[in-house]
Design a binder for this molecule. Structure first.
Ligand SMILES: CCCCCCCCCCCCCC(=O)CSCCNC(=O)CCNC(=O)[C@H](O)C(C)(C)COP(=O)(O)OP(=O)(O)OC[C@H]1O[C@@H](n2cnc3c(N)ncnc32)[C@H](O)[C@@H]1OP(=O)(O)O
Ligand SMILES: CCOC(=O)c1cnc2ccc(OC)cc2c1SCCC#N
Length: 389
């Protein structure tokens, strides 16, 4: 497949796969800031750039609506991600964020928002290298403006603005195959509301299975079973940071979280992120941690339901409680909160609990990418300690 844009970019190229003589690390060196293009890339005549202030209710609502109607759908067009406004503010305003990396495209005449792309700063460790990167997300072009080569312009513009902050690497994920994935992961789904998932056509009644038998199969206890299992609070940030940093150190690619990052990304936020930990009833030591984020989806073309309430496994650490038991408590919490499904990627140690906790494999893949950073050989999902939103 010809990748006319991606073949011009400092990313692993398909032709280089297997060429282990190429060094691991940055592909191109940083430039002096004076060499970075000072003015925005040209857009087609009818359109203009707009820097989106996500703090503004009106702007955030415009972004919400663009994504709600034009963002990612599954291959069967059964679902479309429906990121909430509070989720977008959480995802886009981490410590040290740059408003200039929240980039929109408007129609000059109508001022209608028709495209969007974002970056947020993140310190990502790759093996022993800690790299300041941009995490790129929410690339979206209105359905009516597709296949006009707008995406490469959006990507070049966010690249330019990231370069202006002296950052030269990026991390991103996509369901599509581009040059060149550093890892390819699989989604797994754990039904919490099997009747709804069957009704919308995602799941099917198993052979020789009745609906009541299916509901019973996925039934969970009313309450969590681990002694000392409780919601994370702000006073837990130092202990959770220690626990998480130690746990993530075993993976090839992982965020280098400090306490500020943990406070932003992992403190519970209603309808956005849920975090629980195990505080030993004897020693009061914090021994385990689990978290999931809330990303609903619009259900496309179903008479009975319009929204799918989905939880997504985020960061989990087990040092005393078996991961299987910890994640079962996470499922119990999600069911208590009326989630329809709990999703997880096969990253980190997730493989160890998926089948036993009755997750089923999805048909979607998620490819991880680094920009301007070569990894000699693609990683196994279990070597990834990074979850993007
Ligand atoms: C140092 C800093 C660096 C910062 C930047 C780092 C890189 C960040 C990269 C971005 C990371 C985003 C991560 C993220 O947000 C998470 S992945 C979600 C992406 N968004 C969606 O799928 C929403 C629905 N689809 C759309 O809105 C459009 O189809 C999009 C906008 C996707 C493409 O619009 P279009 O109207 O359908 O297509 P054209 O404009 O005609 O352009 C075609 C070219 O775009 C390439 N393409 C298609 N999908 C892509 C994708 N998901 N990533 C990268 N490239 C993608 C495609 O391969 C082709 O290039 P090629 O000819 O070379 O093959
Ligand atoms: C019921 C299981 O599927 C999903 O939860 C779901 C929901 N919404 C989506 C929107 C766009 C979409 O595009 C790939 C996929 C989904 C999926 S499956 C992949 C995400 C996970 N887990």
């Amino acid at each position: 497949k010809r990748h006319k844009f991606w073949e011009t970019q400092p990313v692993g190229q398909f032709k280089d796969i297997g060429n282990t003589s190429l060094p691991e690390g940055p592909i191109e060196p940083p430039l002096p800031l004076s060499d970075v293009k000072q003015e925005p890339y040209n857009l087609p005549t009818l359109y203009e750039w707009i820097t989106c202030d996500i703090s503004s209710e009106e702007m955030c609502n415009e972004v919400f609506n663009l994504l709600a109607n034009n963002y990612v759908e599954d291959d069967e067009n059964m679902f479309r991600f429906n990121y909430s406004m509070e989720f977008l503010r959480w995802a886009l305003q981490p410590p040290g964020y740059f408003r200039s990396w929240h980039i929109g495209v408007r129609v000059k005449s109508s001022k209608k928002l028709v495209a969007f792309i974002t970056g947020v700063p993140a310190r990502i460790r790759v093996r022993d290298d800690i790299v300041n990167m941009a995490e790129i997300n929410f690339l979206c072009v209105h359905k009516k403006l597709r296949s006009k080569r707008l995406a490469p312009v959006m990507i070049k513009e966010v690249t330019r603005r990231v370069h202006l902050e002296n950052i030269w690497q990026a991390a991103y994920t996509a369901g599509v195959v581009l040059p060149t994935p550093i890892a390819t992961c699989q989604y797994w789904h754990r039904s919490l509301n099997p009747k709804k998932l069957i009704d919308v056509g995602f799941s099917r009644l198993g052979a020789r299975m009745t609906m009541s038998r299916t509901i019973k199969l996925y039934k969970l206890p009313e309450s969590t079973i681990t002694p000392g299992f409780r919601k994370m609070e702000i006073r837990d940030v130092p202990a959770v940071t220690r626990l998480l940093r130690n746990y993530l150190s075993q993976f090839v690619v992982a965020p280098d979280f400090d306490e500020n990052d943990v406070e932003h990304w992992l403190l519970p936020k209603e309808n956005v992120v849920d975090s629980y930990l195990v505080e030993s009833p004897e020693t009061h030591e914090i021994t385990d941690f689990c978290s999931f984020y809330t990303l609903p989806s619009t259900i496309l073309g179903n008479q009975n339901y319009s929204i799918l309430k989905a939880g997504y496994s985020y960061y989990n650490v087990s040092t005393k409680t078996p991961l299987l038991q910890l994640m079962n408590d996470a499922l119990i919490i999600a069911k208590q909160k009326d989630y329809d499904v709990f999703n997880a990627l096969d990253v980190m140690h997730n493989e160890s609990f998926l089948k036993e906790l009755k997750f089923g494999p999805g048909d979607g893949k998620l490819h991880y990418y680094l920009y301007n950073y070569r990894i000699r050989q693609a990683l196994n999902p279990a070597e990834l300690g990074l979850v993007l939103l």
